[in-house]
Design a protein around this ligand. Structure first.
Ligand SMILES: O=C(O)CCC(=O)c1ccccc1C(=O)O
Ligand SMILES: [Mg+2]
Length: 369
């Protein structure tokens, strides 16, 4: 039985090595809240809020997450007897959504739980794989620059390549990339930048043999996604549309997608991620692990999650060095020839570097039971 006696919120900011652009928003300085839980024996668990500074990807922000954590979620868990991380869903149930704030505690409890059992997080989640395949995302820029980036990521050995598209920049860049890399495992993420009126444009993408198109239409529109999937051959993958396992059930039932991207932050944590994974497994819908330009803490969590069997497509889990000069975990996360080993050490399996956190910290808030 674990009991949380203290929670420390480390609010940090780190400049990305280079700015990241998508159709709906960009990131230059990445703010994060790192959540450190301490139990009755002084053991710690770590989680991360992956919300951004502004609500461009989902409605949450770092500031809304801080408020919910400090004023509601942390008081709810302090001194509670917790036998298993799955109990958190019941504890959080009086409060709607705010999944990224909830997921930061969920992740830290899973880490702590696994450490207390002396097993890896991968093992605690039921993961079997000992290594996972790594994909990479190329942000929006000029075609020339994107091609150069792809070239260097190909040399590094990444297994799946994702480019960001929008109606302003789609067919032209995909055509260009396909000219240079005819057999590259390539996909496109539209972050909801199209509507059903663009069906002809999206149908044109069928000729490029993309692995999938991610979230072409609005986050709340699984009906139009089903209509679009009827009209195009490229498999649709849903990201923003899938917030709960019930969303996944409806999307599968309607035929709105053939693949689902799972991000623990978006769905409220690892427990819900696992439920979505299991449902998709039953329905033969492959899943892969999405990314949020996150620190090594969520990256380590993502690696453990992606060790589950139905994560059969390489995720957006790239090396720490893609975004960071210095990551907050040691050793740094490193994909070698596109492969990352799954840590077998207890919990997340990485050391959290307090010197890097201190260096980048904006504030530290300690809440005691
Ligand atoms: O490399 C990464 O961490 C993720 C890249 C990415 O595509 C992304 C980054 C920020 C917000 C949303 C998304 C997305 O998957 O839509
Ligand atoms: Mg996406």
């Amino acid at each position: 039985m674990l009991k949380i006696k203290q929670v420390t919120l480390h609010h940090i900011t780190q400049r990305l090595k280079s700015p990241f652009y998508s159709s709906i928003g960009h990131v230059i300085d990445r703010e994060s809240i790192l959540v450190e839980l301490t139990d009755q024996e002084g053991q710690t668990g770590w989680g991360e809020v992956v919300a951004f500074s502004t609500p461009w990807y989902t409605e949450e922000t770092i500031t809304t997450a801080f408020h919910l954590l400090k004023d509601l979620f942390i008081p709810l868990i302090l001194n509670q007897s917790i036998a298993h991380p799955e109990e958190l869903q019941q504890l959080f149930s009086p409060y709607k959504r705010n999944n990224m704030a909830k997921a930061s505690i969920d992740g830290a409890i899973w880490d702590l739980y696994a450490k207390r059992q002396n097993v890896s997080l991968s093992h605690a989640l039921g993961g079997k794989k000992t290594k996972i395949e790594s994909g990479v995302v190329i942000g929006m820029s000029s075609i020339k620059e994107m091609s150069e980036q792809i070239r260097s990521y190909v040399d590094e050995g990444y297994k799946r390549f994702k480019v960001k598209i929008s109606p302003k920049q789609d067919i032209s860049i995909i055509e260009e990339i396909r000219r240079d890399f005819p057999t590259l495992p390539l996909m496109a993420d539209a972050n909801s930048s199209y509507t059903l009126a663009d069906v002809h444009r999206l149908k044109e993408l069928d000729q490029f043999n993309l692995m999938m198109i991610e979230q072409p239409l609005a986050a709340d529109d699984i009906i139009d996604h089903a209509k679009l999937q009827e009209a195009i051959n490229t498999p649709i993958c849903l990201d923003e549309s899938i917030i709960t396992v019930d969303d996944a059930r409806k999307a599968i039932e309607l035929g709105s997608c053939q693949i689902i991207n799972i991000k623990a932050g978006r769905v409220g944590g690892l427990t819900e991620s696992k439920k979505i994974h299991d449902l998709c497994f039953q329905h033969k819908i492959p899943v892969w692990c999405g990314g949020m330009i996150e620190t090594g803490i969520s990256r380590a969590q993502n690696i453990a999650l992606a060790s589950l069997p139905n994560f059969s497509i390489p995720g957006d889990i790239s090396s720490s060095s893609k975004y960071w000069e210095e990551d907050v975990v040691s050793p740094e996360i490193k994909a070698v020839s596109g492969v990352i080993p799954v840590s077998q050490k207890p919990g997340l399996g990485y050391e959290v570097k307090s010197d890097i956190i201190n260096k980048n910290r904006l504030s530290k808030t300690v809440i005691k039971a």
